[in-house]
Design a protein around this ligand. Structure first.
Ligand code: AHR
Length: 512
C-alpha cells in the first residue's frame, strides 16, 4: 500500500479562514431563479413563491454570501426593471444567454430570499452597458437610509430599512470578448476607478471587487490584472478570479470516453497556479504604488463545467428559464470539487471571498425538478463538509506524498489535503482526497502542539463507479458515509483513505 505523511504545528498558521470563502452564486440564467429557487405554483412554495425544499437544502450548506444577479447577465441588466409592483415590470430580451427575462424576481425579493437561507447578498453592478450614474443610484436604493429619491423609492416598495449590502462587484468578466460591453484593460480600469469613487461616496462602508481575469487561459492574463490594478489599487479591496475546470479547450479531458482521471483530478493545481500569479501581480502593483494596504482575492466563480456544453446547443433561444448549463455531476467531479476547496483553503491568507458557481440548477450542487423534487448533486457533499467544518484557521501542512505524472500534468501528489483548527471549539478537521483511482493510501498526520484530542467523526465519500451521479429517480445514489478508517495515538492520526476518495476526520479535545 502507498503511504504518505503530513506534519502540522499548532503555531504554524497560514491564516484565519474568512467564512465568506464558502460563498456561492445565483445568476438570472437558465433555471437558477425561475423553477430553481422560485416557483410559485410548486406545492412547497412559500408565501413569496420561494421553494421551501430548496431553502432547506441551501441552509444545510451554510453559505454565508451569495453573488447576484450575474455573471454575464449583469452586463446587460437594468436593475430598475426588477423593482416595484411585479405587474408593471417589463419582460426583456436577455442577450447574454439568449433568453427572456420576466423580472419577477429583483433585488428586493432576492435579499428576502438570502435572509431565508441565512445568507447575504454580494451585488454585481452592470459595467457593460452602464456606468457611474446607475451604480451610484443602485447603492443609494439599496444602502441609503432614506430622505432621497432612490432610498425613498425603496421604502415605497416596502423596504423601510436599507439592505446594507456590503460587498459589490464592479462588473463581471470585463476581459471577455463574450461580455456585453467588453473592455480593454485600461478602459475598464479607468471606468472601475471612477465608479468605485462614487459608490464609496454614497456608502463609505462598502467593499469593492474589481474584475480580474476570467481564467488563466485568457490571452490578456496577467497583464489585465496589472493594468487594471494600476488604475484602481487604492480604491478597491479585492480582485475577482474565475476558474472552471474542464471547459472545452486544449486541456479538456473527454470523460468518460478517454478516462484520464489522473489528469482530471490534478486540475486544481492549475487553479492554484492562477492564484499564485494573481497574488504576485497584486503585490507587484502594491510595490509600484508604494501603498501599504493589501488587496485580496475574491474567487467569485469556481466549479467544474463540461457536461452541459453539447446538450445546450439544442436548446431553443428566447425562452423563459431554459434548461441550460445544467450539469449532471458524477463522483469524479465531486472529488475534483473537494480538491478545489482544499486549494482555496491553502490560500486563505489572500482569498477572503469565494463563490461556488453556481447554487441551484445552473452548474449547481442542487437540482430541482419543476413541480417535483429538489436533490443534491454529488458536488454538494464536499462543499457542505467544508462549509460546516472548515472554520478557525488553516494550518501549514508539510506533505510528503508519492507523486505521479499524468498525460497533462507532472509531479501530482496522490494526497491532496488541508488541516483546519478551530480554537474556540477545540476542534481540528482534516480534509483529504486520495487521487489514486487504483490503490488505497495510508496517511499519517503528526499534529504538533495538540494534546488530548480524539476522533469524533470520520466521513468517507467513495463510489464503485467514478461516473455515477445522483438523479431525480435515484437522488441518493452516491452519498458519503460514516467510516472507521482513522485512529489517534498521542498526536499521531492514522487515516486509511480508500482509492479515489474524499475523507474528513474530525477531532475534538477530550474534556478534562
Ligand atoms: O457561471 C456561468 C457564467 O460563467 C457566468 O455568467 C460568467 O461570469 C462565466 O463566464
Amino acid at each position: 500500500m502507498q503511504k504518505a505523511k503530513v506534519r502540522v504545528d499548532k503555531d504554524f498558521v497560514i491564516s484565519e479562514i474568512d467564512k465568506r470563502i464558502y460563498g456561492s452564486f445565483i445568476e438570472h440564467l437558465g433555471r437558477a431563479i425561475y423553477t430553481g429557487i422560485y416557483e410559485p405554483t410548486h406545492p412547497k412554495a412559500d408565501e413569496q413563491g420561494f421553494r421551501k425544499d430548496v431553502i432547506e437544502l441551501v441552509k444545510a450548506l451554510k453559505v454565508p454570501i451569495i453573488r447576484y444577479p450575474g455573471g454575464n447577465f449583469v452586463s446587460g441588466y437594468n436593475w430598475e426593471d426588477g423593482i416595484g409592483p411585479k405587474e408593471l415590470r417589463p419582460k426583456k430580451l436577455e442577450l447574454a444567454w439568449r433568453s427572456i427575462e420576466p423580472n419577477e424576481i429583483g433585488i428586493n425579493e432576492f435579499v428576502d430570499w438570502t435572509k431565508k437561507v441565512n445568507s447575504e447578498v454580494m451585488m454585481a453592478i452592470n459595467l457593460g452597458t452602464r456606468g457611474i450614474d446607475e451604480a451610484r443610484n443602485l447603492v443609494e436604493y439599496c444602502n441609503f437610509p432614506g430622505g432621497t429619491y432612490y432610498s425613498d423609492l425603496r421604502r415605497k416598495h416596502g423596504y423601510e430599512n436599507p439592505h446594507k449590502i456590503k460587498v459589490w462587484n464592479l462588473g463581471n468578466e470585463m476581459d471577455g470578448e463574450w461580455q456585453i460591453g467588453h473592455k480593454l484593460p485600461h478602459e475598464y480600469g479607468r471606468l472601475a476607478r471612477e465608479v468605485a469613487k462614487v459608490m464609496r461616496q454614497v456608502d463609505p462602508d462598502i467593499e469593492l471587487v474589481v474584475c480580474g481575469s476570467s481564467g488563466p487561459g485568457m490571452p490578456t492574463f496577467p497583464e489585465w490584472e496589472r493594468i487594471v490594478l494600476e488604475h484602481t489599487y487604492d480604491v478597491v479591496d479585492y480582485v475577482s478570479l474565475h476558474y472552471y475546470a474542464n471547459m472545452p479547450g486544449p486541456n479538456h479531458i473527454d470523460l468518460p470516453d478517454n478516462p484520464d482521471l489522473k489528469s482530471f483530478l490534478a486540475k486544481n493545481l492549475e487553479m492554484e497556479g492562477f492564484i499564485k500569479t494573481v497574488v504576485s501581480t497584486i503585490d507587484y502593483v502594491k510595490a509600484v504604488k508604494r501603498i501599504n494596504k493589501n488587496v485580496n482575492i475574491s474567487f467569485d466563480e469556481w466549479n467544474v463545467w463540461y457536461h452541459s456544453f453539447k446538450k445546450d446547443k439544442n436548446v431553443e433561444p428566447w425562452q423563459i428559464a431554459p434548461p441550460i448549463l445544467e450539469e449532471d455531476y458524477n463522483f469524479a467531479d465531486a472529488l475534483l470539487v473537494g480538491c478545489m476547496i482544499i486549494s482555496l483553503l491553502k490560500h486563505a491568507d489572500r482569498i477572503k471571498i469565494a463563490c461556488l458557481a453556481q447554487l441551484v440548477n445552473v452548474l449547481a450542487p442542487i437540482t430541482t425538478v419543476k413541480g417535483g423534487i429538489a436533490y443534491r448533486q454529488t458536488i454538494y457533499y464536499p462543499f457542505m463538509h467544508a462549509a460546516n467544518y472548515g472554520h478557525g484557521v488553516v494550518l501549514l501542512s508539510k506533505i510528503d506524498s508519492p507523486k505521479y505524472d499524468s498525460k497533462l500534468y507532472t509531479d501530482v501528489p496522490l494526497l491532496e489535503t488541508v488541516v483546519t483548527y478551530d480554537e474556540e471549539n477545540s476542534s481540528i478537521t482534516i480534509f483529504a482526497v486520495n487521487r489514486d483511482p487504483e490503490n488505497d493510501l495510508l496517511v499519517e498526520y503528526k499534529l504538533d502542539g495538540f494534546e488530548g484530542y480524539k476522533v469524533v467523526e470520520n466521513i468517507v465519500y467513495v463510489s464503485d463507479d467514478p461516473y455515477k451521479g445522483n438523479t431525480p429517480k435515484n437522488p441518493d445514489s452516491v452519498v458519503p458515509t460514516l467510516a472507521n478508517n482513522s485512529k489517534i495515538d498521542g498526536n499521531i492520526v492514522e487515516v486509511l483513505m480508500p482509492k479515489f476518495s474524499w475523507n474528513i476526520v474530525r477531532l475534538k479535545k477530550n474534556k478534562e
